[in-house]
Design a protein around this ligand. Structure first.
Ligand code: GLN
Length: 280
């Protein structure tokens, strides 16, 4: 069996299961198996495959058929300008979350010196992307999942940022360390009862801890805002990702906690997604 044959087979298997990007998924998974890039796959259609590789590839295609996200199968996800190690202990970084990085970089100049806290750091994608762009920023990432923190630590190492970042295993409720110029967070914000309506690729595979925002969807958001008002320096900023329908209530909670609202940023789908606020 050669590359062309096996790709055709995999492609039709995935199509039967209504996987959207069956062509590219098959190519991506074959490049993982062969440890070659996609260009190699496309330029060598007649290359014969070893039995072990065929077996491993079919195993991955079967998982993809059942709905497992491609990022968990390849252990890689691109976010901002970088590539992150990902496994099923962390949320898969979303393009919409890049708005948060963009807002931070717009506000703070290249040479500014800043202490940042990332609440619910997960893979570390937001904090690490920011630190990559700003050489004088120092980061602290906290999470309630030890396994997620291990992923974030791997990413810090891969991106050579371990010397500018610290990680703590802690609930935001119990965290009292330091004073920050900037707090960022993409907290779990889906209503508990709505979790079951999410795509099966999401709810079947991504960690519920990273998605579940409690009965009203606001339990983590509230904690983040209340605690940020204590952990931020005066005039420090809180930049928060929220659900598409959470703007008004979020603004209320922010104002009650003495935050000034600087900006509400919409995502690529034109939903309110990111709030920039200042602790006054
Ligand atoms: N900060 C990580 C991200 O944005 C994880 C967020 C989460 O798990 N809720 O991808």
């Amino acid at each position: 069996m050669n590359i062309e044959n096996i790709l055709n087979l995999a492609n039709s298997k995935l199509k039967d299961s209504l996987v959207n990007y069956s062509d590219s998924d098959s190519e991506i998974l074959l490049s993982k198996v062969l440890k070659e890039n996609r260009k190699y796959i496309l330029l060598n259609p007649k290359k014969k495959l070893k039995n072990d590789n065929i077996k491993f590839f079919n195993y991955l295609i079967d998982k993809r058929k059942k709905g497992e996200p491609i990022a968990y199968l390849t252990n890689i996800k691109e976010f901002w300008k970088y590539s992150f190690y990902i496994d099923n202990n962390v949320l898969i970084p979303r393009p919409d979350t890049e708005h948060l990085v963009e807002e931070v970089l717009k506000i703070y100049k290249k040479d500014s010196r800043l202490n940042i806290l990332d609440i619910g750091t997960g893979s570390g994608c937001i904090l690490l992307s920011i630190l990559k762009e700003r050489k004088n920023f120092y980061g602290t990432g906290i999470d309630i999942s030890k396994k997620a923190l291990n992923v974030a630590k791997i990413n810090a190492k891969v991106h050579q940022l371990s010397n500018r970042i610290k990680f703590f295993y802690s609930d935001i409720d119990k965290f009292l360390l330091g004073k920050y110029d900037l707090i960022i967070s993409n907290p779990p914000y889906i209503k508990k009862l709505c979790l079951r309506d999410l795509d099966k690729d999401i709810i079947g595979y991504e960690p519920k801890l990273a998605l579940n925002g409690g009965i009203d969807g606001f339990s983590a958001i509230k904690k983040v805002i209340v605690k940020s008002s204590i952990l931020l320096k005066r005039n420090g900023k809180l930049i928060l990702e929220i659900g598409f329908d959470q703007k008004n209530k979020c603004l209320d909670i922010l104002k009650k906690n003495k935050f000034y609202i600087n900006k509400i940023k919409k995502d690529y789908g034109k939903n309110d997604r990111c709030i920039v606020s200042t602790k006054v």
